[in-house]
Design a protein. Structure first.
Length: 134
């Protein structure tokens, strides 16, 4: 939430002595989590950035109340009134779209993201593991 509401420098904050740089803290935590999956430095950097964008976008959507579930009545009325031959896609989801809430969307979206990481990790050769000393 901090990065969404203090969007001056997103990844790097200019802080006073003793203050926490939440941008770098978040970056380091995401980087460490992605690195632990086993990606090289290039992929770790790419996926860290994408993960940060994913989380930030969901936080912004939640703060702005943009989830369909928060407007189910209105959306249901509008979608139900559309001509199904002109708007077949909208008609197809008209009865279920308004059920999507922030929590469900985040969990589903993060699951899709993690599945993509797993797929990429399996496709790529793994970096050699450091040999342990006897």
């Amino acid at each position: 939430a901090y990065n969404v509401t203090h969007n001056k420098f997103r990844m790097v904050q200019i802080v006073r002595e003793g203050e926490t740089d939440y941008g770098i803290t978040l970056f380091d935590r995401f980087t460490s989590a992605v690195r632990a999956i086993g990606f090289d430095a290039e992929r770790t950097g790419i996926y860290t950035h994408l993960l940060n964008e994913f989380v930030t976008a969901y936080a912004q959507a939640t703060a702005a109340r943009r989830w369909p579930g928060e407007h189910a009545g209105f959306l249901g009325t509008v979608l139900a009134g559309l001509d199904k031959t002109r708007f077949p896609g909208a008609h197809y989801v008209s009865k279920t779209f308004g059920q999507l809430d922030a929590q469900s969307a985040f969990e589903i979206g993060l699951g899709v993201f993690m599945d993509g990481l797993e797929t990429d990790r399996r496709r790529r050769p793994q970096p050699p593991k450091a040999k342990s000393r006897p």
